[in-house]
Design a protein around this ligand. Structure first.
Ligand code: SF4
Length: 343
């Protein structure tokens, strides 16, 4: 891979190595006047991710690509310092989408294999350039992709291996990039670096806080319920949906049942899912009315124990002795009402 690849897929080990070899200290990058345009580019990328969900800039020459790659750690520092769930997810998704655009145009089998190996995926090409991979690698990548075409049932597995198209490979790698970028954010930022980047951070923060809530998600469309009182698991799920991140099946069920259980209208729940990358109005409405009792059983939001088992609880420590997200919500509403009465 070369610098153009690194600038387009900046989360690879080789891109990191390239940055190391440039031997520019993070202090210099964040403070020296000569790097001002790189800091501005880093800030611009964060704002693009936040506003548009994509990084618009395409890099085609070495100089521009190097600048872009250097702007990547700056953007990560800004995202880390702001530490807003919604922004983090939006940024990771934007880097992933931009990487996808580049990966789908890569022609070299050697390069694609190298890239996949860097992401922990072992792929093979046959003489016709068809891609095959082990089903365990496949499952690891597709678990949050809901379109039926990704289901194992719709793939032919032979001796533990399945075939995928080149475009599907690019899409799988997009998902790996998203997870990789997101899992490393926010990271620790030394105080002096935070101070050096404060003007950029403040500018981004101001734009973000005019559009999102402290909880990290936009509150429009929740008129009949109180989003301030949502438990962390549900706030996180809504943040994910609004940031165009696919939810797992279990989290979708939990979020839907929770919102219906607290009295949200099914149509408004459907509206929330509209931001999902794989949104299909008819299927979503059907699932929501099914959970809401259309077939005779009204489902209740799963318990915290089930949420934790399914990996949907962002941290039990955030909730005090809670057994169900609905109880958490009820307590918060009670506390809020008490405060109002006292006032
Ligand atoms: S403890 Fe329960 S209510 Fe709190 S975040 Fe976890 S699942 Fe949600």
């Amino acid at each position: 891979m070369d610098i153009i690849d690194f600038a387009n897929i900046p989360c690879t080990s080789d891109a990191l190595e390239y940055l190391r070899k440039l031997d520019i200290g993070s202090n210099d990058l964040c403070t020296q006047a000569v790097f001002e345009s790189i800091r501005l580019t880093g800030k611009e990328r964060v704002l693009e991710a936040f506003k548009d969900g994509v990084l618009k800039y395409r890099r085609f020459n070495k100089l521009a690509a190097e600048k872009e790659l250097l702007a990547y750690p700056i953007a990560r520092i800004i995202v880390s310092c702001i530490n807003n769930n919604y922004l983090t997810k939006r940024y990771a998704l934007a880097v992933a989408k931009s990487s996808y655009e580049h990966i789908k145009d890569l022609k070299s089998a050697v390069l694609l294999k190298e890239l996949a190996a860097d992401f922990g995926i072992n792929i093979r090409f046959d003489d016709m350039m068809n891609v095959s991979m082990h089903f365990t690698d496949y499952i690891q990548c597709v678990h949050v992709l809901h379109d039926p075409k990704w289901k194992m049932l719709n793939r032919t597995v032979k001796q533990g291996t399945l075939m995928i198209s080149r475009d599907d490979l690019a899409r799988l790698m997009e998902e790996v990039v998203r997870q990789k970028v997101e899992s490393g954010l926010p990271h620790e930022v030394p105080k002096d670096i935070q101070m050096a980047l404060e003007p950029y951070i403040a500018e981004v923060r101001e734009i973000i806080y005019t559009r999102t809530s402290k909880q990290g998600f936009r509150k429009e469309g929740f008129s009949e319920v109180i989003p301030d009182c949502f438990p962390p698991c549900i706030s996180t799920a809504i943040t994910d949906v609004q940031a165009n991140v696919n939810l797992s099946h279990t989290m979708r069920f939990a979020m839907t049942s929770f919102l219906l259980n607290i009295g949200m209208a099914p149509d408004n729940v459907t509206e929330i899912f509209k931001a999902s990358p794989d949104f299909k109005e008819q299927a979503t409405s059907y699932q929501i009315s099914h959970i809401n009792g259309a077939s005779g059983t009204t489902y209740t939001c799963p318990s915290c124990a089930t949420m934790a088992t399914n990996g949907n609880c962002p941290g039990k420590s955030m909730c005090n002795k809670i057994e169900n997200p609905l109880v958490c919500h009820r307590r918060k509403v009670w506390v809020q009402n008490r405060r109002r009465e006292t006032r």
